[in-house]
Design a protein around this ligand. Sequence first.
Ligand code: PMP
Length: 378
Amino acid sequence: TTNPTPARVKDPLIPSPMHLSSRVTGLKPSATLAVANLAASLKRRGVPVLSFAAGEPDFDSPQAAKDAAAQALANNDTRYLPTAGDPASRQLVAQILTRDNHIPDLTPDHVAITTGVKMALYLTFQALFDHPAPAQEPDELLLPVPAWVSFAPMAQLAGARVVPLPTTPESDFKITPAQLKAAISPRARALVINSPSNPCGTMYSPDELGALAAVVADAAATTAPNLVVVADELYQKIVFGPHRFMSIGSIPGIAQRTLTVNGPAKAYAMTGWRLGWVSGSGDFGKAAIDAIVKLQGQTTTAVTGFSAAGMRAALTSSHDDVERMRLAFARRAQLIHRLLSDIPGLRVPRPDGAFYAFPDISHYLGKSTRAGLRLDTP
Ligand code: PMP
């Protein structure tokens, strides 16, 4: 009795275990990490390289944050928090956004505490964008560029089409109201405003934000009823230019269609604590936050309790630390701007905030450095 082994037929309908989703195979790895890795490999080859790749303060987290987190651990604050964040953190953030940022119609229920601003944005985009049905046009994200590396991939993962709004060094890498107006289609779902900006180091004045908000309000009332603003204000406290920081979500005409994200990572040197928040005013804000909390419940569950305790201490009592670091960033910005401006052929707007400078190096594209490093056209 022979039992011949059946011939193995490769069924194209059964995916091989090596197959991974097209969502991830199409996803670009973080460009920040790519630059960091390139710098590291050049260093290993003995090329003298100073790596400015990662956007991370070199300062230690405030002592008050570390003490409060250690105390929370000692008190066994090690269990799951409520999905939206602990009530004390939501209350504190709502109070700060109301008092300091003048954002209207906010209660603690209009705030979700998330595991970093990155997650706040990821969940926000998941809550806003629909994956297009067959033969349907996708929702659009209007993205002023150059932009922080993760906005576009995160929006694409959520099903959106990214509409880049190009800017130039001459205009400090800022979009104009006319440019925004021309870019808004009926499918426009969200506009990102990241001011002060990573990677440009520039920021909008209150008047400029007012003019952009007027375009959004007008479009929302006519051609693009679903349009909202996603304001990434992570660099709010690292400001040293002529412009006063203002939250675009404080402008009455668009407050009810703005979602604002922020967190302690940069201003308080707390990148590894993984905390952030997202807030929205009024009925829309509350509905969006409820949706984001639902998503958080199916992903990260909640933030870490002792981490949140440290954040509350920083937000309430580390103003001197923030100011000390801001002054250091301001001095460094001045220095790097001078050094970059001294290089012939580079155009670099003066940084007004964050800790970035963004030189236009197109003059050198296609040429090589003395160390033999060729700058290729992207
Ligand atoms: N938004 C911008 C503009 C950033 O620069 C960064 C960090 N580089 C993030 C969001 C992510 O911040 P977090 O560490 O809080 O996730």
